[in-house]
Design a protein around this ligand. Structure first.
Ligand SMILES: *[C@@H]1O[C@H](CO)[C@@H](O)[C@H](O)[C@H]1NC(C)=O
Ligand SMILES: *[C@@H]1O[C@H](CO)[C@@H](O)[C@H](O)[C@H]1NC(C)=O
Ligand SMILES: *[C@@H]1O[C@H](CO)[C@@H](O)[C@H](O)[C@H]1NC(C)=O
Ligand SMILES: *[C@@H]1O[C@H](CO)[C@@H](O)[C@H](O)[C@H]1NC(C)=O
Ligand SMILES: *[C@@H]1O[C@H](CO)[C@@H](O)[C@H](O)[C@H]1NC(C)=O
Length: 345
């Protein structure tokens, strides 16, 4: 016979044993979830470990039953991130990345002269696929350039089909009578447009005025235009001050305004002077007078030191000033030494 007290005792023992064998809350494993998740489990209860979205384990999920011992079996589940397809190479560009695993993002840049056709970055999704299509680096191109009014393209060669590549250039020329304002060369920019176009404008110059004591020749036309030329000359005994030929500039005026300047009559009967580095007799070298601009050096005497020095004189529009120190000898004073024969100071 079993006494009721014994039954009570055994049932207590049994209860205590069973109560002592409950399983604890299961360990956390990285990137995994446990269903159901509780603080304790009765023996026989089941749990399922599986990887979080974006993570996978070899062999898939793990199912465990709480054993009578109350200790969960050793769990070998290892959840690792999904890996997206290799995307470490971008032709004509570069990829910035750490890994190609979920949930990382990678970003793209293109080399100079190329632009990103597509997205700047993609993310590795839970499914192990890139969030968007991978981009490509496409060459920057410019469409054929527009041609300004009154201009022609003098240098232009499309290098990609009908288009130009980044840094390609084109050169314009203006039609005759037209001057260019701005740069004649345009360049295909990194924005796929051309740098600023030049402008060609018709430019007229007034008819040049005849200089006093001279003449000017220019084409017999209704009007004179950019780059037209005029030539100047002077009547006898007059010298041109300025260039012989002038040109109509893009400002609509002439490149210079030459004039005719008078020659100088010989200021002394005779003198030895220096002209263009050589000793010459003034009365011989300049028997027809000195031209405007001609410059000579006269000899003067330093009486105390008994030596000679020179002073310059120049013919300016019909006038020449003889240096004050210059002394012209009478032809009769043949015994006097000319300053030009005295040793230099
Ligand atoms: C840019 O990418 C799209 C889609 O991939 C493609 O259809 C298009 O032709 C590309 N454009 C250039 C200029 O490469
Ligand atoms: C260039 O332009 C011409 C005329 O517009 C066109 O017929 C031709 O197909 C284009 N070629 C390319 C390569 O785009
Ligand atoms: C004209 O443009 C070219 C190329 O863009 C540049 O090299 C050159 O210096 C420019 N010339 C002037 C006068 O600005
Ligand atoms: C070219 O495009 C850029 C960017 O859109 C703009 O800032 C620039 O002014 C354009 N250049 C010309 C010459 O139109
Ligand atoms: C022509 O005109 C421009 C602008 O008006 C002026 O700066 C320049 O000095 C002129 N040139 C001559 C040779 O007169």
């Amino acid at each position: 016979m079993i006494s009721p007290a014994l039954i009570l005792f055994l049932s207590f023992l049994c209860h205590a044993a069973i109560a002592g064998r409950t399983c604890p809350r299961p360990d956390d494993l990285p990137f995994s979830t446990v269903v159901p998740l509780k603080t304790s489990y009765e023996p026989g209860e089941q749990i399922v470990y599986s990887c979080q979205p974006g993570y996978v384990s070899r062999g898939g999920m793990r199912r465990f039953t709480c054993p009578l011992t109350g200790m969960w079996p050793i769990n070998t589940l290892k959840c690792t991130p999904r890996v997206c397809p290799f995307a470490g190479i971008l032709e004509n560009g570069a990829v910035r990345y750490t890994t190609f695993e979920y949930p990382n993002a990678i970003s793209f840049t293109c080399n100079h002269g190329f632009y990103l056709n597509g997205t700047k970055s993609v993310t590795c999704t839970e499914e192990g696929k890139w969030s968007q299509e991978l981009p490509v680096c496409a060459p920057i191109t410019c469409p054929p350039p527009p041609v300004p009014n009154f201009a022609t393209l003098s240098v232009y060669k499309p290098s990609l089909g009908n288009n130009s590549l980044y840094r390609d250039t084109a050169v314009f020329e203006c039609l005759p009578h037209h001057a260019m304002f701005g740069n004649d060369t345009i360049t295909c920019t990194a924005y796929g447009n051309w740098t600023a176009l030049p402008e060609c404008r018709e430019v007229k110059c007034p008819f040049p005025a005849r200089p006093d004591n001279g003449f000017v020749n220019y084409p017999a036309k209704q009007a004179l235009y950019y780059k037209d030329k005029a030539t100047y000359g002077c009547h006898e005994t007059y010298a041109l001050d300025g260039p012989e030929e002038v040109e109509c500039t893009k400002q609509g005026n002439w490149s210079a305004h030459p004039s005719c300047k008078a020659s100088c009559k010989l200021p002394v009967k005779k003198a030895t002077v220096i002209y263009q580095g050589e000793r010459v007799k003034l009365q011989e070298k300049f028997k027809n007078g000195m031209l405007h601009g001609d410059k000579v050096s006269f000899f003067c005497k330093n009486k105390e030191k008994k030596c000679s020095y020179t002073e310059d004189a120049q013919c300016i529009d019909g006038t020449i000033e003889i240096p004050k120190c210059f002394k012209e000898h009478s032809t009769l004073a043949f015994w006097k030494t000319d300053a030009s024969d005295v040793k230099p100071c």
